[in-house]
Design a protein around this ligand. Structure first.
Ligand SMILES: [Zn+2]
Ligand SMILES: [Zn+2]
Length: 194
């Protein structure tokens, strides 16, 4: 039973961040370039009809499928988004804490290596840059820490936002009951294995 929808699926973005901001959880698709994010907002998401925005999550082992789609006032330039991502602490927090609502914003992601940061900057492991060994693959020097390589990233959120009120976490065995999740898995995976 293939999709009725002819909206193309888009997955050429870096990932999704989940942040508390403005008292509500923000769901933030990430891009490497500000211009890319801005263009995508102007051409596509700006035209979305807020109450029709749907977000679906389907877990599979250590990963999950993120899916997002909406009706648009400009259907010709509309796109649906999907990405297969590793489960993370922030994802689990979002799953528990979203309460059925979130703001959708786009974000610009930038990563720093040990070479280009100040010594006081924190690694994602929680320890400072100066506590990482430059001579040994940048491992964290705290014995109790499992961090093998310094990494620090920043997410800049673009200002404009949309409100999402239709968020579902589904099991893969039940995706047929949800037209959007079924369409995503069918188009991007099942139909390719046939
Ligand atoms: Zn570290
Ligand atoms: Zn550490």
């Amino acid at each position: 039973m293939p999709a009725k929808s002819i909206t193309p699926w888009f997955n050429d973005f870096l990932g999704v961040a989940y942040r508390y901001f403005d008292l509500r959880m923000n769901l933030v698709p990430l891009f490497a370039e500000r211009k890319e994010a801005t263009n995508l907002w102007q051409n596509t998401i700006h035209w979305w009809v807020d109450p029709s925005i749907k977000v679906r999550f389907v877990e599979r082992n250590d990963q999950y499928w993120f899916m997002m789609a909406s009706e648009s006032q400009k259907p010709d330039s509309n796109m649906s988004f999907f990405k297969i991502l590793p489960k993370s602490g922030n994802y689990e927090r979002f799953k528990k804490g979203n309460g059925g609502e979130a703001y959708l914003r786009l974000g610009v992601y930038s990563e720093h290596s040990l070479d280009d940061v100040k010594k006081s900057i924190q690694c994602n492991c929680g320890h400072a840059a100066e506590d990482h060994d430059e001579g040994d693959n940048d491992v964290c020097l705290y014995k109790t820490c499992h961090c093998k390589k310094f990494s620090s990233f920043q997410v800049n959120l673009l200002k404009r936002k949309k409100t999402i009120t239709d968020i579902l976490f589904l099991e893969e065995k039940n995706v047929k009951e949800d037209p959007l999740a079924w369409n995503c898995l069918y188009v991007n995976e099942y139909s390719k294995n046939e």
